[in-house]
Ligand binder design. Structure first.
Ligand code: R5P
Length: 300
């Protein structure tokens, strides 16, 4: 029984200080519940409002992709330099230490391999398992214009319903098929559809012409997908342009782990995303980190 005698009188009511009601720092996310916002804060840095997500989920349809043959050897050293890690539950459970304190964005759709029709995906993770893994979000591929467009949209809306019930954000990943134009008009359609149908954030590609129209008419945060490996300066320029034109960060894979020095590259990307460092300066940072055997870590 608590001691009720000689209790200190409560007196610090600060009646002259109105209680603040701060909006949540991410676009379109004000009305989300506390748990959902807390999970978002594991993915996005609340100071910069942006994220560097490291995408290593390629194996879910491509097998051991170049640079990801040994996640334990090549990727674990990068974990201190990203805000979030996007991967499958198999790789998470087998290879990533449970002490990892960044956000985990779990790949939750799958099915076909690169040998088959890629849009024929189904939901590949139960909500129960995602919650057991304590992930910060789940990711689902959406194939607008693809052969199995409706099925992939249905995968997303099913996960959104479950995510809303359990406080878990859903990342819609807009896939661009072989026959589709990767232009701003297509990306506006795909991103807006995902947001309208309930996705909490969207991953999409950068296009040099009109990307700012893709971000401005999408009411939830957009993170830029990396795509195929580019020369480092080009990849840093693309990341700079994407955040400058409204992206809330990047979700890059091959442009980081297929770089000559992934540790240096991810830190240069982080400087662009969080500090707004100009591409040329970030490239010089990459070069100096690359040549520095010791490698100073920059916090994400
Ligand atoms: C593709 O749509 C998947 O999400 C990828 O496996 C991955 O995220 C792609 O990353 P990147 O194109 O930057 O290598």
């Amino acid at each position: 029984m608590a001691d009720l005698e000689k209790m200190k009188e409560a007196k610090d009511f600060y009646s002259d200080i109105p209680m603040e009601n701060k909006p949540f720092f991410l676009r379109g996310s004000n009305s989300l519940d506390w748990g959902m916002q807390n999970r978002f804060s594991r993915i996005f840095n609340p100071e910069s409002g942006r994220t560097v997500m490291l995408a290593i989920d390629h194996g879910y349809f491509m097998g051991p992709t170049t640079g990801l043959e040994r996640v334990d050897v090549k990727i674990l050293p990068l974990l201190g330099s990203c805000n979030a890690l996007m991967l499958t539950r198999g790789m998470l459970r087998t290879t990533v230490p449970s002490s990892f304190s960044g956000g985990v964005v779990l790949r939750a759709s799958g099915g076909p391999s690169i040998l088959k029709e890629l849009s024929n995906e189904h939901i590949a993770v139960s909500m129960e398992d995602a919650l057991r893994l304590n992930v910060a979000a789940i990711a689902v591929q959406v194939f607008i214009g693809g052969e199995y467009e409706t099925q992939s949209v249905h995968n997303m809306t099913t996960l959104v319903d479950l995510g809303n019930r359990h406080g878990l954000p859903v990342l819609a990943v807009t896939a661009v098929g072989k026959d589709m134009n990767r232009d701003a008009k297509y990306l506006r359609l795909a991103c807006r559809m995902c947001a309208e149908l309930g996705a909490h954030f969207v991953k999409t590609y950068y296009v040099p012409d009109g990307f700012e129209t893709v971000t401005s008419c999408c009411p939830v945060p957009i993170v830029m997908a990396g795509g195929k490996k580019l020369p480092e300066l080009d990849a840093l320029t693309m990341a700079y342009n994407a955040v400058d034109q409204g992206a809330a960060g990047v979700d890059m894979g091959r442009n980081i782990f297929q770089s000559d020095r992934p540790e240096a590259m991810i830190q240069a990307v982080g400087a662009v995303v969080h500090q707004g460092m100009q591409p040329q300066q970030a490239y010089e940072l990459y070069q100096s980190l690359k040549n520095d055997k010791k490698q100073v870590e920059v916090a994400p």
